[in-house]
Design a protein around this ligand. Structure first.
Ligand SMILES: *[C@@H]1O[C@H](CO)[C@@H](O)[C@H](O)[C@H]1NC(C)=O
Ligand SMILES: *[C@@H]1O[C@H](CO)[C@@H](O)[C@H](O)[C@H]1NC(C)=O
Ligand SMILES: *[C@@H]1O[C@H](CO)[C@@H](O)[C@H](O)[C@H]1NC(C)=O
Ligand SMILES: *[C@@H]1O[C@H](CO)[C@@H](O)[C@H](O)[C@H]1NC(C)=O
Length: 432
């Protein structure tokens, strides 16, 4: 009898101290069973160098998905309309669901909701680095993302994403089986996470400049005045483009991030070209300027490209830089021998994008130049493809080691100066 009554007593003590603990720690007993929703979520980013003409430089992240959870590598696609993953024999999950064309999920995913193949909800899948698209379908599955404390994960039981065929794997970096779309659609990561966890509709991106450095995306609310949130930002409005610049059903807007560039300067001198190229034609969707992680270098319409090369070379020669034979795909290369180097990178002419807000996005050597082989550096801007609709596509090299904040609620973008000038980099802020 004795052991049993003493264990009852212990139970009683445990129970009463538990009740005491609950009543002390929180006004509601739910606090114990249900963790507080996260205020922000985190994606680590690494840079993977291109290995061929098709497999260009990309910024790669990883998430956990499926049941049982596995780690999945995805290429970051800043303007992508959804997260998507290749569905093949390696995609094993007991929880994957597909949605039909009449579902509320399909209405959320697609404004125009075309379902040419019958019942499944059709979702265009955009390749992040080759400008190609394919038909896919809307699926959901368990998704798990890191909290900014880097220890715990937040899990979403029914995260909406695109199911793609394995043709889409061409051109993705080794071990990558999809893309992390960060565009302005309701189902891309920023808004789907914000609506799931009720946090701010904004995110911060910091792309690393080397393959052994770290970068990140943080969704939601940053800890105020600390770490990356203390980096001073300059803001410019985000603009809408009513016409998708990637293949999509008729009537779909672009989910990419457009900003208003008013003119381009080199060493504070205006580069002469017809600035009507900088406006977005609201009928055709042509023109304007956007940010793209799928382009390794800023791509310019021919007229702007030629004018920039001419202006840059003139200023560079005035600074006594020696022009050498160009190396593809670049048009202006210089000997890097004897070129002074500062915290802003090699001392070369400064490129300025004068924005709608009258603020100037200044690009110094650290972001404008690319080292190619021994003693040669090139201006890291390229001529855009003839079928590129957008006049200025600001690419990866020009985005590295700066902080970019996309605020979807107030439709503005914040950008910092190069972190290198402050003797920091994305890696510095990696630990939150
Ligand atoms: C979808 O909705 C339409 C119109 O309401 C209806 O005619 C059709 O049968 C529905 N299809 C399915 C698969 O539920
Ligand atoms: C994801 O990428 C990492 C780093 O490149 C690699 O080690 C890993 O094998 C990849 N995962 C898969 C599933 O291929
Ligand atoms: C420079 O770094 C310090 C310390 O991390 C930070 O407080 C400051 O805001 C940074 N300034 C810029 C311009 O990034
Ligand atoms: C600039 O381009 C637009 C559209 O092609 C054209 O209508 C306009 O005449 C051009 N302006 C100049 C100054 O060439």
């Amino acid at each position: 009898m004795a052991p049993s009554s003493s264990s009852t007593l212990i139970h009683f003590f445990l129970l009463s101290s538990l009740i005491l603990f609950i009543s002390l720690s929180s006004p509601t007993t739910l606090a114990l069973s249900k963790p507080k929703p996260p205020k922000s979520l985190f994606l680590p980013i690494s840079k993977v160098d291109g290995t061929s003409l098709q497999t260009t430089t990309q910024y790669v992240t990883h998430i956990k998905q499926r049941t049982p959870l596995v780690s999945v590598n995805l290429t970051v696609d800043l303007g992508g309309r959804s997260l998507w993953a290749v569905i093949d024999d390696d995609y094993v999950s007991s929880t994957r669901t597909t949605h039909n064309c009449n579902s509320t999920q399909c209405k959320l995913a697609s404004r125009t909701r075309v379902c040419p193949f019958g019942d499944p909800c059709f979702l265009p899948i955009h390749h992040p680095t080759l400008d190609s698209s394919q038909g896919g379908s809307l699926c959901d599955d368990v998704l798990s993302l890191q909290l900014t404390n880097a220890i715990s994960y937040a899990t979403i039981p029914h995260y909406l994403f695109g199911c793609a065929t394995n043709y889409m794997i061409v051109g993705l970096a080794d071990g990558v089986t999809g893309a992390a779309g960060l565009g302005r659609s309701k189902i891309a990561l920023p808004l789907q996470l914000a609506s799931t966890f009720k946090f701010d509709k904004k995110f911060v991106v910091c792309l690393p400049s080397s393959t052994n450095a770290k970068g990140f995306v943080v969704f939601g609310n940053l800890v105020p005045n600390s770490g990356v949130s203390a980096v001073p930002l300059t803001y410019t409005p985000l603009l809408s483009n009513p016409v998708s610049t990637v293949p999509a059903p008729r009537g779909e807007p672009s989910y990419e991030y457009f900003i208003g560039v008013k003119s381009v300067h080199v060493n504070n001198k205006r580069v002469p070209f017809n600035t009507s190229l900088l406006a977005i034609d609201r009928k055709s969707g042509n023109g304007g300027s956007k940010i793209s992680t799928g382009h390794p270098y800023t791509a310019l319409k021919t007229e702007i490209y030629n004018a920039l090369i001419e202006a840059f070379v003139r200023e560079a020669e005035a600074m006594k830089l020696k022009r050498v034979t160009a190396v593809e795909p670049f048009g202006a290369c210089f000997s890097s021998k004897g070129v002074a180097s500062s915290r802003f990178g090699p001392a070369v002419p400064t490129i300025g994008l004068v924005l709608e807000s009258k603020n100037v996005w200044r690009m110094f050597g650290a972001n404008s130049m690319v080292n190619v082989g021994k003693d040669v550096m090139c201006l890291g801007f390229v001529e855009g493809d003839y079928d590129e609709m957008t006049s200025i596509v600001i690419g990866g090299r020009q985005l590295e080691d700066i902080v970019l904040q996309f605020d979807l609620a107030s439709s503005k973008m914040g950008f910092s100066s190069t972190l290198l000038a402050n003797q920091t980099s994305c890696s510095t802020y990696f630990n939150f």
